[in-house]
Design a protein around this ligand. Structure first.
Ligand code: ASP
Ligand code: MG
Length: 408
């Protein structure tokens, strides 16, 4: 008998029929002789609708965060009840639990709380008593009993954290795709499902556009060594196993190619090359709550230099506005220029740690494909370039071919 944690995302439980389908899968897992805890998200669209309602009743003011959590937690509470009911109607023994009822304690940072502790005794008791436990994702409570939520996509975190707390044998994240792919199959038709990927690769792919799971939950899994599988709730195909890296994983240099569209580049030209300049620029941008991604500063020969950075296209206006008031202090002739229509292309693989020449190979392939590179940045296991958005599909295919990712 194995102890299995499964998680079903919003699309997997998006309609009554799909909830019944999920209930069947959960029951089949139980009937195969396992103990099952199933974490469910809100039905797809529900969380977004609740946020919309909150904005409608508050007008120009921001909804209070405590009440936001009371509101948002109802999405998952609906799904746990419906899923447990569906199971009970099939003659199974199922009990729904809110995050609080399952012993999930968090800090008090409403709408993006961190799990501080899980007391799983109640869950164990229910399982020992032959129940299927249906657990609400994305929520917990503070020591004082306040309802909290774990940030968007937080049901993944609930599943990983509960798997760690009850020392599950298996943690399966069911979603609407078959797993993690070598590239987005809508862009690169010969993209292949990856069988095994390390936590670090998964994190780098997520941060560069391959959004399969909430990053915080992958970080949590890495910290506590929770191996998990990402797989589809719509078929029985094996998914992608995400785990600690092994020696054999390093022999593959590039695991995957990620792309992210709708980026913009902001360039501040002729800033003085003196201490405090970068701090002033990024201080102003951060005060405007704009998240900056790649940053490039050139070496200065003349005492003035240029600094470029990328942001989401939607934030470029905010970034420009934030910089205008400080522009004069950045340099006598400093100017600011923004360009949208940019995309990021990244190649990711832990094999880069032990193989040289990946960047060179990447640039050669892009040049042969006629793709112009605008900015470049690297980490230990990732090389990212920005290109014009209208070249991104071609660039992705060229990269995928250059690193032979279509072949297993
Ligand atoms: N329902 C929440 C959201 O949409 C949590 C989740 O789906 O994981 O962000
Ligand atoms: Mg979701």
């Amino acid at each position: 008998m194995s102890l299995i944690v499964q998680k079903y995302g919003g699309t997997s439980v998006g309609t009554p029929e799909r909830i019944v389908n999920v209930a069947r899968r959960i029951l089949a897992t139980k009937e195969a002789g396992n103990k099952v805890v199933a974490v469910v998200s809100a039905m797809s669209g529900v969380t977004n609708n609740l946020i919309k309602l909150a904005n409608e009743v508050t007008g120009d003011a921001d909804p209070t965060e405590r009440e936001m959590d009371v509101l948002l937690s109802t999405g998952e509470q609906t799904t746990i009840a419906l899923t447990a009911m569906a199971l009970n109607a099939m003659g199974a023994k199922a009990v729904s639990l809110t995050g609080a009822q399952a012993g999930i304690k968090t800090d008090g940072v409403h709408t993006r709380a961190r799990i501080s502790n899980i007391s799983p005794e109640g869950v164990h008791e229910l399982l020992d008593d032959d129940n299927i436990v249906i657990l609400a994702g994305f929520q917990g409570e503070t020591l004082g009993g306040e309802i909290t939520t774990l940030g968007r996509g937080g049901s993944d975190l609930t599943a990983i954290a509960m798997a760690a707390a009850i020392d599950a044998d298996l943690c399966q994240i069911f979603t609407d795709v078959d797993g993690v792919y070598t590239c987005d199959p809508r862009v690169v038709p010969d993209a292949r499902k990856i069988d095994e990927i390390s936590y670090d690769e998964m994190l780098e792919m997520a941060s560069s556009g391959t959004k399969v799971m909430q990053s915080r939950s992958v970080e949590f899994a890495k910290k506590f060594g929770v191996t998990f599988e990402v797989r589809s709730s719509l078929n029985d195909n094996p998914g992608t196993i995400v785990k600690e890296e092994t020696m054999s994983m390093e022999s593959v240099v590039i695991r995957g190619v990620s792309l992210e569209r709708a980026q913009a580049k902001v360039t501040i030209s002729a800033v003085s090359d003196t201490p405090g300049t970068a701090s002033m620029i990024f201080g102003a941008v951060s005060d405007a709550n704009v998240i900056v991604d790649m940053i490039v500063q050139n070496v200065s020969k003349t005492g003035i230099t240029d600094i470029s950075f990328t942001v989401n296209e939607a934030d470029v206006g905010k970034a420009e506005e934030a910089l205008k008031p400080v522009l004069a202090q950045l340099g006598e002739e400093a100017t600011i220029e923004a360009q949208d229509g940019i995309a990021k292309l990244s190649v990711v693989g832990i094999g880069m740690r032990s193989h040289s020449g990946v960047a060179a190979e990447m640039f050669k392939a892009l040049s042969e494909g006629g793709v112009n590179i605008e900015m470049i940045s690297t980490s230990e296991i990732k090389v990212t370039v920005t290109v014009s958005e209208d070249q991104i599909d071609k660039a992705a295919q060229v990269m995928h071919d250059a690193f032979g990712l279509a072949e297993a």
